[in-house]
Design a protein around this ligand. Structure first.
Ligand code: ZN
Length: 300
């Protein structure tokens, strides 16, 4: 790795900032604060953060073909948010048999479908009932199909450059998995373990693929992002952040050479927060010598 520079760009203590998405047309960064139930967008030009509250936890946000409209996964529902009116058109309601579940991370696939997973709420701090999560695909016609079930905590996801492999984190298993991906149908099959995170390095959380096909995986409670080679399952390097609860990352900026990193303050004690004054901030990392890829909009 070259000599990366890390700076906090959104210096607000978010409870659990997650799911950064670079919106190229507007030159701004979208993200959510899961526990505050908000969708946020930050403009690097003005430095302003705009926020829309959805009244329930928000797992993720994604671009939509229509400007000013975004896909959101909130509680156990999927919908389209119209930013200016702050109204959501709800499209689907999942996991109805699991009232303590909520949507977590999601992303648009290379064919324009929205893929997002669910997880149970913690029954006690750091304790989750296993096998409660699922992974769903929202198709352009708003049909929803469950692709995976019996997951622990469905989390970060992305696709290989040839679109034939789907990468997915199950945080509760500390695992980054690879699956065969059928781009024509959106089906997910044939799981294999790509990387097992040692528990001392935290839990794998959000991830993104760079322009060379390598994976960047945020390690919550590990204070770092690791770069993995999916062909060999090896860790290429580790990027240390000034906060422990690193939640997710995405590339952005005019040429996708900036890595944006979200973090959380929830889960830290008052004393820990004194040691980590930047917990919950959003960071920009430059000088990595690696570029990323544009986010795709939902085609529905
Ligand atoms: Zn996450």
């Amino acid at each position: 790795m070259a000599h990366p520079k890390i700076e906090a760009v959104v210096k607000e203590r978010h409870r659990m900032a997650e799911c950064p998405v670079w919106e190229e047309k507007a030159g701004q960064l979208l993200f959510v604060d899961i526990n505050a139930g908000t969708v946020c967008r930050w403009s690097p030009l003005s430095g302003d953060v705009q926020t829309v509250g959805l009244g329930d936890r928000v797992g993720c946000v994604a671009l939509h073909g229509q400007m000013g409209s975004y896909v959101v996964a909130s509680g156990t529902r999927l919908g389209l948010l119209d930013w200016d009116s702050a109204q959501v058109q709800w499209l689907a309601w999942l996991d109805r048999d699991k009232p303590h579940n909520r949507f977590n991370d999601g992303k648009v696939d290379p064919a324009g479908r929205f893929v997002a997973g669910t997880m149970p709420e913690a029954s006690a701090p750091g304790v989750w009932q296993p096998g409660q999560g699922s992974l769903y695909t929202l198709y352009a016609d708003h049909l929803v199909v469950r692709q995976l079930d019996r997951l622990g905590i469905s989390n970060g996801l992305d696709w290989s450059l040839d679109h034939r492999t789907f990468y997915h984190v199950d945080s509760l298993a500390y695992a980054v998995q690879a699956y065969d991906y059928h781009l024509q149908t959106g089906s997910v099959e044939n799981p294999r373990l790509l990387y097992q995170l040692p528990q001392a390095q935290g839990m794998p959380d959000g991830l993104c693929v760079d322009a060379t096909g390598m994976l960047w995986v945020a390690c919550i409670d590990g204070g770092s992002i690791i770069r993995l080679d999916p062909q060999t399952g090896t860790r290429l390097c580790t990027l240390e952040l000034p906060v422990s609860r690193v939640t997710s990352c995405c590339f952005g900026g005019p040429d996708y050479s900036e890595l944006y990193v979200t973090s959380a303050a929830d889960g830290l004690s008052r004393e820990q927060l004194q040691w980590e004054p930047q917990a919950g901030h959003v960071f920009k990392v430059t000088g990595l010598g690696v570029r990323g890829l544009a986010s795709r909009p939902f085609a529905g």
